[in-house]
Design a protein around this ligand. Structure first.
Ligand code: GLN
Length: 192
């Protein structure tokens, strides 16, 4: 059985664990860098990216996570996790992990729409996926080897670049586990 880690410093950790388990994979909450050696793929959850970054610095996660990526292990960032994965963040000089060749903009759906749900067509995942957006970022632009998987109102809300998967919304907050399953399949393919 593949082991999927969920970075457990801050944010919607338990919900991802539930979704992974619903897909019959093993979930491991990652609180220490040593645990990274024992998992096959990692989900970076939604939450608050600046707080998460502060905790990643405090517990020494930045370099070990970059190494995890260099080892070819799949990583999936949702909402704040997407911001953590991105190479560029609009309005900021520095990225966090800077792994995925995308530019993101934080809180980009406006105040009136702080949170909402929308039906999405996600390439390779589903034609009718309910995306839960909470103060969500969107992907402003992508590099040439990034595959856009979903858009909403002309904004990119899900993308994949090889081992990296990212989305603006929270796939773990509904009982539809197809996006989590898509990531688990990526992990299984890598492991073979
Ligand atoms: N707006 C948050 C941030 O910038 C992300 C929100 C979320 O993860 N639900 O970190």
């Amino acid at each position: 059985m593949v082991k999927i880690g969920v970075l457990g410093l801050q944010g919607a950790v338990r919900e991802h664990v539930r979704s992974i388990e619903a897909c019959d994979a093993e979930a491991v909450v990652i609180k220490k860098t040593e645990q990274l050696a024992h998992i096959d793929g990692l989900i970076i959850p939604g939450g608050e990216s600046t707080t998460m970054r502060r905790l990643m610095d405090k517990y020494g996660f930045i370099e070990p996570l970059k190494q995890f990526a260099r080892d070819g292990k799949p990583m999936f960032g949702t909402c704040a996790g997407l911001i953590i994965l991105a190479k560029k963040i609009v309005g900021y000089d520095e990225a966090h992990l800077g792994l995925m060749d995308i530019t993101v903009e934080r809180n980009s759906f406006g105040r009136q729409r702080e949170s909402f749900e929308a039906s999405l067509s996600i390439k390779g995942v589903a034609d009718d996926f309910i995306g839960v957006f909470i103060r969500a970022p969107h992907i402003v632009s992508v590099g040439s080897d990034v595959d856009v998987l979903a858009t909403y109102e002309d904004r990119i809300v899900a993308a994949r670049q090889g081992q990296f998967l990212g989305c603006s919304f929270h796939p773990e907050l509904t009982d539809d586990h197809r996006m989590t399953q898509y990531f688990i399949n990526m992990v299984k393919e890598t492991k073979v």
